[in-house]
Design a binder for this molecule. Structure first.
Ligand code: NDP
Length: 501
């Protein structure tokens, strides 16, 4: 990183060092809370993606990482985790400045990140290969090996956490990586790459090319040297990326949109459920794929729940993300703000009622992309606000008659990522969980994560899983070795029928 006229200038991170774009182009990163210029960043395209894939390919081919003793890989990833831990205050402030999320949320989220590298280092260190049953005097052992150069496309809502869910298993398994972070939030990814190098990750193993989806992103997805693509983003981007992966016959993991139901069963403690529903909806200003954006409550309890939720939503402190008292920051961009405003207008036109919020805060916050926590009531399942992912601080309250009705409404969207169930009886919650079409279900909680949790959705919420043992396996492939232990092979020497199995 250098500075020009007092503004930080970041290059790509390729082959262990920072590089400008060949044509010197840069783009701006701005603070969504006040519009201030934070940094200029190199704008990459096919040329820079090509260089990064070349560096990653060379690093994979010579085995400096993929064939390193696993104990050594474990040691370097553990050191990387320690270094991230030491850099957390700096990373949290930088991420908060670019994303607009309150620092108190950012610290809580980034505090989990070192665990992911430690967990996956341990998974690699303790991974056991298999010996399969094989008829006859043969030994068939199955080795799990890395894929090669993998491409990762990450979004702006949780830049470091989402990258880590992909990067930690990819590195632990021995792959080399090219990352294209979101144009809005590339800085912490670049800083992370430097931390990794300083912790001893060999050059070329973790490369970052900054730029736009249509340029650098598309070039990464089209390159035939890539062995897997891993995207978190919008569902439409998922379709584009999965199509390109299909053309190149490579693996793809897509973690896409969601419209998570928050199902409040009649036996739930309503105060707890209201606290949970507001937490589910408004963390990160609703800009998370698992945001609880449809609160399903029994028709007899709707008024009592809404009254509690509105009271809580109105008390949320909106303000400067870097102030530790702030509980809700701005949306990440003008585009997200306009999208949120558009959907609120659609909701009103559809006949839903705004119980609170539904506008931008006035005063000095008007210079940032702030929007008040918004709760819609009188929402029908068919309304667009109950079907589409808004990705802003907007939640809808819908009523159900009985549990069958709740299940029908919960499943009646194109997404299938997450849900939460609020109940006084965990067994009842587990029974209901069996009937929901989604990949992640919390009972009496929301948003909780762990490195061991396989993360991903059903239906249009994506394919494949991030993190957990499944996420690790998706960054490996198998190699079966069949050893003839004592049988001479001379197929053409006899006319006898010999079994080939
Ligand atoms: P995108 O899906 O466009 O972005 C995700 C990543 O993919 C970014 O790095 C982006 O680059 C890149 N990308 C975009 N288009 C392409 C392409 N054609 N080929 C390769 N890479 C591409 O998300 P947006 O930021 O546009 O957000 C749009 C909507 O997606 C949101 O409103 C929300 O509904 C949803 N979303 C869901 C997320 C989730 O966690 N599931 C995360 C983010 C968004 P760049 O940003 O530089 O253009």
């Amino acid at each position: 990183m250098t500075t020009l006229d007092g503004i930080a200038v970041y290059g790509h991170f390729i082959g262990g060092r920072e590089r400008a774009s060949a044509d010197g182009r840069t783009f701006e990163v701005r603070n969504p809370a006040n519009g201030a210029l934070v940094a200029r960043v190199a704008e990459g395209g096919a040329a820079e993606i090509g260089l990064a894939i070349e560096a990653a390919g060379a690093a994979f081919a010579d085995g400096r990482w993929s064939r390193l003793a696993v104990s050594e890989r474990h040691r370097i990833l553990s050191r990387f985790a320690d270094a991230i831990e030491a850099a957390l205050p700096e990373l949290a402030t930088l991420e908060s400045t670019c994303v607009g999320r309150p620092l108190r949320e950012m610290r809580a989220q980034l505090g989990r990140i070192p665990e992911f590298y430690r967990y996956f280092a341990a998974v690699a260190r303790t991974a056991e290969d298999a010996v399969t049953p094989f008829e006859g005097p043969y030994l068939n052992y199955v080795r799990r090996v890395p894929l090669g150069v993998v491409g990762q496309l990450t979004p702006w809502n949780h830049p470091l956490l989402i990258l880590t869910k992909k990067l930690a298993p990819a590195l632990a398994a021995g792959n080399t990586v090219v990352v294209k972070p979101s144009e809005f939030t590339p800085l912490t990814t670049l800083v992370l790459a430097q931390i990794a190098r300083d912790a001893g990750l060999p050059d070329g193993v973790f490369n970052v090319v900054t730029g736009f989806g249509a340029g650098a992103g598309a070039a990464l997805c089209s390159d035939k040297r890539i062995r897997k693509l891993d995207l978190t983003g919008g569902t439409e981007t998922g379709r584009v990326v999965a199509k390109l992966a299909g053309e190149n016959l490579i693996r793809v993991t897509c973690e896409l949109g969601g419209k998570a139901p928050v199902i409040v069963l009649p036996d739930a403690d309503l105060d707890r459920a209201a606290a949970g529903a507001t937490f589910a909806a408004f963390i990160a200003s609703g800009q998370t794929c698992v945001a609880g954006t449809r609160v399903l409550v029994h028709e007899s309890q709707a008024d009592a729940l809404v009254e509690r939720m509105v009271r809580r939503a109105r008390a949320i402190r909106i303000g400067d993300p870097l102030d530790l008292q702030t509980q809700l920051g701005p949306l990440v961009s003008q585009g997200q703000l306009e999208r949120t405003e558009r959907y609120v207008e659609i909701g009103k036109a559809e006949g839903a009622k705004v119980a609170c919020g539904g506008r931008r805060p006035a005063g000095e916050l008007a210079q940032g992309f702030f929007y008040e926590p918004t709760i819609f009531t009188g929402v029908l399942p068919s309304m667009r606000i109950a079907q589409d992912e808004i990705f802003g601080p907007v939640t809808c309250v819908l009523t159900y008659r009985d549990v069958d009705d709740a299940v029908r409404i919960a499943n009646d969207v194109e997404f299938g990522l997450a849900a939460s169930i609020w109940t006084g009886d965990a067994a009842r919650g587990m029974k209901l969980a069996e009937r929901l079409e989604c990949g992640i279900i919390w009972i009496n909680d929301h948003h909780r994560i762990d490195p061991a949790l396989p993360w991903g959705g059903m239906k249009d919420s994506g394919i494949g899983r991030e993190a957990g043992l499944e996420g690790y396996r998706e960054y490996t492939t198998t190699k079966s070795v069949i050893v003839n232990l004592d049988e001479p092979v001379d197929w053409y020497a006899t006319n006898a029928v010999v079994r080939l199995s």
